[in-house]
Design a protein around this ligand. Structure first.
Ligand code: BES
Ligand code: ZN
Ligand code: MN
Length: 500
């Protein structure tokens, strides 16, 4: 979609108008130019009829019959001007745009004025506009044979102050890059597992690399054998689909080799549980067990398109977890990349296995800052529900930088503790450790098992099992994959850049 800033006198096409209003600004104080008498009468009528139009998130839609440009007006309440946060603005603008779209609008107008962006930098205001639009209008309808694709074609921001155009436009274009990458992540996750195999994921990653100045190296089964990645191979051996270890590298700061971030994603393209097979209820959701891998591939794409001054390596560890005749058994012992042995107590605890090899590999190639992203445990959903990602880490500063970014983006992340005492829970009688930690603190022991393999790297584990998908369409989220935590990773990379 085309997003364009225009002054009032350039409003030409017929379309819908979104008017944000606040409790502490009387309608009479809104920008004069755009609010002609007809529009004002509509607003005043609505305000009279409804007790509350101004609280945050209140939406009123009015069909308009006698205006030369607007055939629909949406009044969006945003509460108090001093309290509006950028995250609330993103959520509510997305909701409004989607509501307007229902009536087949081709052109959309948003009334913009200075109180809207007084709490945050103007560039962020631009970014939020394109994010709400691109994220909020996302659809996954590739497999609908009769898809009726209606879409808004033009989005005009009516803003009188031309001095702000450059900054808003810069924000709009950043927001477009970021939210297109979030939508790429959503696409990869929403794809069914018969299409999104490890091989297909590797192909998508290859295409993204070619188009984005990213280098790529894919380790095949034979390479993994040579490197001694017994944990991944153990998970993969129950499937007919070959595993892929997809390494992508973006060099945005070549003079400063040490400025580098590693992002590693769990890429189980289907998790049946293996021999410790899952119950059939909702098993189809396990096509999304590669959301971590999708997030790292999408993040590196955005980071490269934004040309950030940082070096980033992403690793997507892709395999199925299936119960085929060659599948690994509970009780088996595997040897990992760094030599440690793991007893397989439960073949459904496969994420930590593939990530053990991956983080150990990342450490071995000199990556000193590692974030792994994984739909790792049902236990994190018990602990934090579906509105917050769990974080675990071994370096306070690094973790707090990431949490800071999550506050900027509104993708909630909460840190949970790691205590040495939990280690007892995953000791094995015959191997160095086992792959499960028992009933209690399941998200923590899962994280700590991965942590056993990071060596001297600073490391954060993000458990996105509760947040990678949603079952309701709300704000900028659409039922299905959320694309979490791409925006947060990009924000962190922005903050870790070398000074320009
Ligand atoms: N992929 C699952 C975790 C999951 C559950 C993700 C629900 C999204 C929604 C993971 O591989 C798994 O099966 N974890 C087990 C670990 C247990 C066997 C120690 C779990 O959480 O039950
Ligand atoms: Zn899994
Ligand atoms: Mn599993």
């Amino acid at each position: 979609m085309n997003i364009k800033l225009i002054p009032t006198n350039e409003v030409k096409k017929t379309g819908s108008l979104i008017i944000p209003i606040f409790e502490d600004i009387p309608i009479s104080k809104l920008p004069e130019k755009i609010l002609d008498t007809t529009v004002k009468n509509y607003i005043n009528k609505t305000i009279k009829q409804n007790k509350d139009c101004t609280s945050i998130g209140k939406i009123n839609i009015l069909p308009v019959t006698n205006h030369k440009n607007y055939n629909q007006i949406l009044i969006l309440g945003l509460g108090n001007t001093n309290k509006l946060s950028i995250n609330e603005f993103r959520i509510n603008l997305a909701e409004s745009i989607r509501r307007v779209k229902r009536s087949n609008t081709k052109s959309l107008y948003l009334l913009s004025y200075k109180q809207l962006y007084k709490n945050f930098p103007i560039i962020d205001f631009g970014q939020v506009i394109s994010e709400s639009t691109t994220l909020g209008l996302y659809q996954f309808n590739k497999y609908k044979t009769k898809s009726t694709k209606i879409s808004i074609q033009y989005f005009y921001i009516i803003e009188e102050n031309k001095k702000n155009y450059d900054e808003i436009n810069q924000g709009i274009s950043n927001g477009e890059i970021i939210s297109n990458s979030v939508n790429l992540c959503r696409d990869l996750v929403n794809e069914p597992a018969n299409y999104m195999t490890p091989t297909q994921l590797a192909e998508e990653a290859t295409e993204i690399s070619i188009n984005n100045n990213i280098s790529i190296k894919i380790l095949e089964t034979s390479d993994m054998k040579k490197l001694g990645m017994g944990a991944i191979l153990g998970v993969a051996q129950g499937s007919n689909e070959p595993p892929k270890f997809i390494i992508m590298r973006y060099e945005g700061d070549p003079k400063n080799k040490s400025n580098q971030l590693g992002i590693i994603g769990k890429g189980i393209t289907f998790d049946s549980g293996g021999i410790s097979i899952k119950p059939s209820r909702n098993m189809g959701d396990m096509k999304g067990d590669m959301a971590g891998a999708a997030a790292v591939i999408s993040s590196i794409q955005a980071i490269s398109k934004l040309k950030l001054k940082i070096n980033v390596t992403s690793i997507a560890v892709a395999t199925e977890n299936m119960p085929g005749g060659k599948a690994q058994r509970p009780g088996d012992v595997v040897k990992t990349f760094n030599g440690k042995t793991i007893e397989i107590d439960n073949t459904d605890a496969e994420g930590r296995l593939v990530l053990a090899d991956a983080v150990a590999y990342a450490n071995s190639i000199g990556i000193k800052k590692i974030i792994d992203i994984a739909t790792l445990t049902g236990a994190i959903r018990v602990a934090l529900g579906n509105i917050c990602t769990g974080a675990f880490g071994n370096n306070k500063k690094f973790t707090s930088q990431l949490i800071e970014s999550s506050i900027n983006t509104g993708e909630n992340i909460w840190e949970l503790p790691i205590y040495e005492e939990y280690k007892e829970q995953y000791q094995s009688d015959i191997a160095d450790i086992k792959n499960t930690g028992g009933m209690y603190a399941g998200a923590t022991t899962g994280a700590m098992i991965i942590g056993e393999f990071v060596g001297d790297s600073s490391w954060i584990h993000l458990d996105i099992a509760g947040t990678s998908t949603t079952n309701i369409t709300k704000g900028y989220n659409i039922k299905g994959a959320t694309g979490i935590p791409v925006r947060t990773i990009v924000d962190l990379a922005q903050n870790l850049q070398s000074k320009k």
